[in-house]
Design a protein around this ligand. Structure first.
Ligand SMILES: [Zn+2]
Length: 202
């Protein structure tokens, strides 16, 4: 074993010890720090129920088009007026907030003081990279193009995957996770989120 390899081994061991000593710390650091994001050119949109974080290479118009509201709901509509005159960021904000409110209504769950973050990447490669950064492994779950991470209260998606249905499904995960003191089993959570998708147009 030469000196270089020994050195490398020691660094790896030290890193392992740090991660083992403070797993939650190591995990939370992989989240999104707004100041850091802003300085790297990300766009952050603070909506009422969500914080939308757009990677610098994201096509803003595409995000707006993909998340455009296709349902109509009298209880939600009355809060929003003249959306056509809104600037693009306000329109995105409106899409996300209204979807959030609709999901709360479908589930009949209104967790207090909840603000869900949504990080949007321009492509799958960067999204996969983020998954690896958070979990240290590839994403092998059913849905690879969008996922919710409870410890970060963040939905991660790409500009192509973030449809109204996907957004509603993942917001469902966030709301369910914040509503119950003891979270229901994964299968039950998944059923609830599929229920949300099914009833979005009701
Ligand atoms: Zn799901």
């Amino acid at each position: 074993m030469n000196k270089h390899i020994r050195m490398k081994k020691r660094i790896v061991l030290t890193l392992l010890i740090i991660i083992c000593l403070c797993p939650s710390e190591a995990f939370s650091q992989a989240g999104m720090d707004p100041d850091e994001l802003l300085s790297s050119g990300w766009i952050i949109i603070e909506a009422e129920h969500c914080t939308i974080m757009l990677h610098p290479n994201v096509n803003v118009n595409k995000v707006y088009r993909n998340t455009k509201i296709r349902f109509w709901d009298i209880l939600i509509e009355k809060d929003y007026h003249a959306s056509k005159e809104h600037a693009i960021f306000e329109s995105i904000m409106e899409n996300f907030d209204r979807t959030f409110q609709k999901v709360e209504k479908i589930l009949d769950m209104y967790p207090r003081n909840m603000n869900v973050k949504v990080a949007i990447y321009p492509n799958q490669l960067l999204l996969d990279g983020k998954h690896y950064e958070i979990f240290g492994e590839e994403n092998t779950s059913d849905r690879e193009d969008a996922y919710y991470v409870h410890n970060h209260t963040t939905i991660y998606a790409t500009q192509n995957s973030i449809s109204q249905e996907v957004l509603a499904h993942e917001m469902g995960h966030a709301i369910v996770d914040h509503y119950f003191l003891i979270p229901p089993p994964e299968k039950v959570k998944e059923l609830l989120c599929q229920y949300v998708e099914l009833h979005l147009a009701d």
